[in-house]
Design a protein around this ligand. Structure first.
Ligand SMILES: Nc1nc2c(c(=O)[nH]1)N[C@H]1C(S)=C(S)[C@@H](COP(=O)(O)OP(=O)(O)OC[C@H]3O[C@@H](n4cnc5c(N)ncnc54)[C@H](O)[C@@H]3O)O[C@H]1N2
Ligand code: MOO
Length: 427
């Protein structure tokens, strides 16, 4: 009998035999998230600046060529190279002054020059800009000693983007790089997904806000609420509720039902294990949740669970803070991306080598915080880490650069073993 009675309800489509038994693999769990979480409906149109951090719902194509007209790449003098006859030096009268932002300049008559500034439109007839440092100016004339090549210091219309060119696919998270491209494409409105409504609930009577916990016997400071609120902070998420569920099962059940009615995603921590005081799974069962997995063969994070509760999605993280952190990193972020419609691939894991030997109990894929500590003689990154994984300890997290993955079957890995590593940097 599993902790959750109604594993894999109708419509979920998961493999009931596998899901209801032992913990499934990390990859199988990620596949179930991909298969059973769908992007939420609802989009809005925002200016590029206001869309920062949101997920693009429609592709962006260039409204016009970028740059829109030929313009100067340097401050200097626009000239017509074909009008420079014979050998230099050439003396040219300066007939015009063209600044960035002014209207269309007059055509350049033959062997003359126009003073021009970076970004200013190139006068018709000119085909090169000579930098002012390469010109000798006397009064209203300039002397050029070396023949400029046609196209010198010119930025041609459309050389960055052609009109109509696809610049961004739907599903991209809009960071500074994407917003730069969208703005250059002339987009004044970007269609983005509405923010995801997320409710967060930690459980356990012993878990209290830090100030309360200091004063109370047998209480511990709540790590998971601030940690997950920080992980969720950002324009693509609206944190609609931050709740604390106590160890009263009926009250907890009502609270979860309330959160599920208000949120696209309910994230709980704790109460997932097998003790009588672990009430989250029974509460979910009482509410008729469809559970796609409950238990993944990873360490830490084994009890992590995922399913649906009415129209909401539920992610149950273990209470131990490192287990909650790791399972959020692996599954929470994948689930958020999926619900938010973010389809652009995130950077893949890379390979690194271990600084020291590892002895461990095989069985679960182990995910251990690790810090990059330099490179070996072959240029491979070396990682350092603590001697064992303790799912209640988080003191080492600030010193880590990412998570390393130790294969489930490995009981001994020598120093210098090749392992997978996923950096913490935004993915
Ligand atoms: N008999 C068994 N016991 C346990 C098993 C098992 O298979 N059989 N699994 C262990 C594993 S692995 C984990 S991980 C934990 C997960 O337990 P829960 O998800 O039910 O979490 P809790 O029991 O509620 O809490 C565990 C631990 O974490 C502390 N905690 C909880 N919430 C917070 C918070 N917000 N901030 C800081 N610390 C928190 C809590 O006080 C407990 O010490 O179960 C093992 N047991
Ligand atoms: O799976 Mo638990 O998260 O090891 O402590």
């Amino acid at each position: 009998m599993t902790a959750i009675d109604r594993l894999i309800g109708p419509g979920c489509g998961c493999d009931a035999g596998e899901g209801a038994g032992a913990a499934i693999s990390l990859d199988a769990a990620l596949e179930r998230i991909a298969a059973h979480a769908a992007p939420v409906a609802g989009t809005e149109a925002l200016s590029p600046a206001a869309a920062a951090g949101r997920i693009l719902a429609r592709p962006v194509a260039a409204r016009a060529a970028a740059p829109p007209f030929d313009n100067a790449a340097m401050d200097g003098y626009a000239v017509a190279t074909r009008a420079l006859s014979g050998e230099g030096p050439w003396w040219l009268a300066v007939t015009d002054r063209v600044t960035a932002g002014q209207g269309a300049p007059a055509p350049l008559p033959g062997a003359m020059a126009a003073r021009i500034f970076t970004g200013a439109p190139i006068p018709p007839g000119a085909d090169a800009v000579v930098m002012q440092e390469h010109v000798h100016r006397e009064g209203d004339a300039i002397r050029i000693d070396a023949r400029p090549a046609p196209g010198l210091n010119l930025r041609r219309a459309g050389e960055d983007m052609a009109a109509g060119q696809l610049v961004l696919d739907a599903g991209r998270r809009l960071g500074p790089r994407e917003i730069a491209a969208a703005a250059a494409a002339g987009a004044d409105r970007l269609h983005v997904r509405r923010p995801l409504r997320v409710a967060l609930m930690v459980t356990g009577d012993e878990v209290q806000p830090a100030g309360v916990a200091r004063a109370a016997a047998a209480a511990i400071p709540d790590v998971n609420t601030p940690m997950l609120a920080a992980a969720l902070a950002g324009p693509a998420v609206e944190l609609v509720a931050v709740a604390h569920g106590g160890d009263d099962r009926a009250a907890l059940t009502r609270r979860i039902a309330d959160l599920a009615a208000r949120a696209d995603l309910v994230v709980t921590t704790g109460g997932l294990s097998v003790g009588e005081a672990d009430h989250v799974a029974p509460a979910l069962a009482a509410l008729g949740a469809e559970v796609c997995f409950a238990g993944v063969a990873i360490k830490p994070g084994k009890p992590v669970a995922f399913g649906r509760l009415g129209a909401a999605t539920w992610l149950g993280l273990p209470g131990n803070p490192l287990a909650a952190f790791v399972s959020w990193h692996l599954f929470g972020r994948a689930l958020l991306r999926r619900l938010a419609g973010q389809t652009h691939p995130v950077p893949a894991r890379r390979h690194v080598v271990t600084a020291t030997a590892i002895h461990r109990t095989p069985g679960r894929c182990e995910i251990r915080p690790a810090a990059i500590a330099g490179c070996d003689a072959e240029g491979r990154e070396i990682v350092r880490f603590e001697a064992s994984t303790q799912s209640g300890r988080v003191a080492g997290l600030p010193g880590a650069d990412g998570l390393m993955f130790l294969p489930a079957e490995a009981d001994h890995l020598p120093a210098g073993a090749l392992v997978e590593f996923e950096p913490f940097a935004e993915t």
